[in-house]
Write a protein that binds this ligand. Sequence first.
Ligand SMILES: [Zn+2]
Length: 158
Amino acid sequence: MEQVKEQEGLASTGTFCPKKECRHYAKVDEGNLIKFGRSRQGVQRYQCKSCGTTFTATRGTFFYRKHTPLKDILETLALLAEGVGISSLSRAKGFKEETILSWLREASRHSEAVEGVLLEDYRLSKAQVDGLWTYVGNKGQKGAMRRARAVESSGAAR
Ligand SMILES: [Zn+2]
């Protein structure tokens, strides 16, 4: 299929169809989206001309990645927000810790959009989502040193 080279990170204008069954799913710049009013919160809505799905920009403004499905990224971030440790997630999901951290860093750059998705679709609380950003806010603190020590004592010692 078509490769979109410059969209390695995030779809900057947030425009891809979030419906998995749609042939335009997670593809940007295919001209299938039209603006479709705004949500009550004032978020831009779009409609996919191809499948008819309407969605807010927050849904479509997230990671556009080739290799990892959007859903997996969101799910991982949601679990992280719920307090699952990065090392456990890494083991359970098979993603590298640094990969997860890089998602987190990207997410934090688009925190508004990401927050919208996590709050809406994953039923997280604002506090939980805020907790996510502290990961990238103080990377020094929650770093490998502490984990290396704590991991044998089950890691949950807080
Ligand atoms: Zn569509």
